[in-house]
Design a protein around this ligand. Structure first.
Ligand code: ZN
Length: 299
C-alpha cells in the first residue's frame, strides 16, 4: 500500500512537471513578467521636490524612500528649481535634474506671462546640468506665448533636452509644429486623454515619450487586472513609456509606497521585455544612464 501511495505521489509530481512544461510552452502568457515586476529597478520619471517637502522630507529621506521602494533613479523638477538642485547635489547618481520654470509664487497658471521667464530658464540651464525642461503646463495654445515657446524650443534643440509637458493633445501638436525634431515627455500621458488618443499621438510623433503618473487607476482594471486598451498602447509603444509618481504635494510623498506598488501591479501584466523597458530601460536610453539595483544604498 505504501508503495502504491509513493508511486502515486511520484506520478503526480512527474505529471505536474509535465503539465507545467506544456502550459508554459503553449501558453501565450509565456513572457508575462508577473511577480517579477516586484523586483524591477524603477526610474521615477515624474518626481517633484517642492519647497513644502524640504523640511518633512530632507534629501537623505527622499533617497531612503527611493531605496525602500526599489526606485533606482528619478527625473526631478521642482518649484522652485533650488529643490531639484539640492536633491541632485546630495545624490547625483540617483537624480536626473530638469528645469522647471516655477517658484513658490509662479505656477502653472501664470508662468508664461512672467517677464524674463525665458531668460531665467536659459540662465538655470546654463548654470546647472539640467537634462530636460519641465515639467511645465500648457493649458491651451495661446499665440501670445509663442515668443516664449520658441525660446524654449530653440533651447531644447540646441542642448538636446527633452521637454516635459503637462497638457492635452493640442499643445503637443503645437510644439511639434514649432520643431518636429523635439523630444517631448508627455506628462501623465496626457492626463485626461484616453488610451486611443495616446496611441494615435505616439504613432504620429516618433519622438514622443510619456510618463504614466496619475494614470494608475486608468491602466489598472477592476480587481487586479489591466485595461486592455492601455495594455495595447503600452505594448505597442513599449520603447516610449516611463512610470512616475508625481510628488506634487506632500500627500504624494506620504502615499509613495502605495503609488509605486500600484505601478508594479500593472507592470506585472506586461511582457517581460516591455516591463523592463518601461521600468528603467527607456530612461537609460533617454538620459544615457545605467540603472540597476546596484544603485540602492548609494548616492
Ligand atoms: Zn507634475
Amino acid at each position: 500500500m505504501k508503495q502504491i501511495q509513493s508511486f502515486l505521489t511520484y506520478f503526480g509530481f512527474v505529471y505536474s512537471l509535465f503539465h507545467a512544461a506544456v502550459s508554459t510552452a503553449s501558453g501565450t502568457d509565456l513572457d508575462i513578467i508577473g511577480k517579477g515586476a516586484d523586483t524591477l529597478p524603477l526610474f521615477d520619471a515624474h518626481m517633484h521636490y517642492k519647497s513644502a517637502a524640504w523640511y518633512p522630507y530632507p534629501p537623505n529621506d527622499v533617497v531612503s524612500i527611493m531605496d525602500k521602494n526599489g526606485v533606482a533613479m528619478a527625473l526631478v523638477s521642482s518649484s522652485p528649481d533650488e529643490g531639484t538642485i539640492a536633491l541632485w547635489k546630495y545624490a547625483p547618481n540617483r537624480i536626473v535634474p530638469e528645469m522647471r520654470p516655477y517658484t513658490d509664487y509662479i505656477g502653472p497658471m501664470e508662468w508664461t506671462k512672467v517677464e524674463g521667464i525665458g531668460e531665467y530658464i536659459e540662465q538655470r540651464v546654463r548654470q546647472y546640468p539640467h537634462e530636460g525642461i519641465g515639467e511645465f503646463h500648457v493649458h491651451e495654445v495661446d499665440k501670445s506665448d509663442e515668443p516664449l515657446m520658441k525660446t524654449i524650443v530653440a533651447l531644447a534643440m540646441k542642448k538636446s533636452l527633452p521637454l516635459h509637458v503637462h497638457s492635452d493633445r493640442e499643445p503637443i501638436e503645437y510644439l511639434y509644429s514649432l520643431d518636429p525634431g523635439l523630444t517631448i515627455i508627455w506628462a501623465h500621458a496626457g492626463m485626461v486623454e484616453p488610451a486611443d488618443v495616446v496611441e494615435s499621438m505616439m504613432a504620429r510623433y516618433p519622438t514622443l515619450y510619456a510618463d504614466t503618473s496619475y494614470r494608475e487607476t486608468d491602466i489598472l482594471a477592476e480587481g487586479d487586472g489591466i485595461d486592455p486598451k492601455w495594455r495595447q498602447v503600452l505594448e505597442r509603444f513599449s520603447d516610449r513609456f516611463m512610470v512616475g509618481s508625481d510628488t506634487w504635494v506632500n500627500d504624494q510623498w506620504m502615499d509613495y509606497d502605495e503609488l509605486i506598488a500600484d505601478n508594479r501591479r500593472w507592470l506585472a501584466h506586461l511582457t517581460k521585455e516591455t516591463a523592463h523597458k518601461i521600468a528603467y530601460q527607456n530612461a537609460e536610453r533617454l538620459f544615457n544612464r545605467k540603472i540597476s539595483s546596484q544603485l540602492f544604498g548609494t548616492r
